[in-house]
Design a protein around this ligand. Structure first.
Ligand SMILES: C[S@@+](CC[C@H](N)C(=O)[O-])C[C@H]1O[C@@H](n2cnc3c(N)ncnc32)[C@H](O)[C@@H]1O
Length: 247
């Protein structure tokens, strides 16, 4: 369980510009990281309480909704492309999307013929695609979905708790598909809303596998989610599978 009090910092690190191999950027200002603590390969934003985490995470939509709506069709095309090329979703029907915000990924899955629903702390008003909820405590029954999708692992408070919920709601043989950012030593710099980050992608995916008891099946590099965001949005697609039978 992440700590929720006191202060320390991630040591400054040299960032590598992922768009220009070999180019090294200056170290981030230490002040950028004063609200973060390191725990092995993980870095977690410090919150005074779980309620403070929920409140912080719920705030972002109100600040960026206009921008999101303006680029919604572009985002839809990106999600369509990523799901169409995700072989693990073949044969799945019911997909739960965690941290789905306005529901663009849910729209993409509907267009591809899936029964999909999203969940978000703040789905905004009158959102028919996304239910309000916390992905650390899912309301859905055990084994009720074929697949879980998220691009929000960098927003978790407690990775183990969230992943145990993912495992619980997946049917045996179901898949967890995660679009995952590179680590802070690989070029991604956490912004104002990330709650968790990692040093490097590979050890982080090992940690996801370890805490979830799911088996990592594949890792694809479809490149950036959004061309214009360059460094901040280099996202790999990892697939994990729940065993067919309890171990
Ligand atoms: C980076 S946004 C991703 C939104 C969406 N998937 C997209 O690609 O447009 C992260 C989202 O995670 C949501 N979130 C953060 N913590 C959450 C939690 N504990 N349970 C559910 N949603 C959460 C935030 O409200 C926010 O909408």
């Amino acid at each position: 369980m992440p700590a929720t009090s006191g202060r320390s910092a991630i040591p400054p690190m040299l960032r590598t510009d992922a768009s220009t191999p070999g180019r090294v950027l200056p170290p981030m200002q230490l002040s950028t990281y004063v609200d973060w603590r390191r725990d092995g390969d993980l870095a977690q934003r410090r919150y005074d309480s779980y309620e403070a985490y929920l409140e912080h995470q719920s705030q972002k939509l109100d600040r960026i909704e206009d921008r999101l709506r303006a680029r919604e069709e572009e985002d839809l095309a990106i999600f369509l492309d990523r799901f169409e090329h995700c072989e693990a979703l073949t044969g799945c029907r019911v997909v739960l999307c965690l941290g789905a915000r306005i529901g663009t990924e849910v729209r993409a899955l509907h267009q591809l013929g899936y029964f999909a629903v999203g969940l978000d702390l703040n789905p905004g008003r009158d959102n028919p695609l996304v239910l309000p909820g916390d992905f650390h405590a899912l309301v859905f029954p055990d084994g009720s979905v074929d697949a879980v999708y998220t691009n929000c692992l960098d927003h978790v408070f407690d990775l183990e708790k969230m992943m145990s919920e993912v495992r619980r709601v997946l049917r045996p043989g179901g898949v967890f598909v995660a679009d995952v950012l590179e680590g802070y030593e690989e070029g991604f710099v956490p912004g104002d809303y990330e709650a968790t980050h990692w040093r490097k992608l590979e050890p982080f995916l090992d940690e996801v596998e370890r805490v979830s008891g799911l088996t990592r099946e594949s890792l694809r590099d479809p490149g950036r989610m959004r061309e214009r965001e360059k460094l901040r949005d280099r996202v790999h697609q990892a697939v994990f599978r729940k065993p067919d039978r309890p171990a």
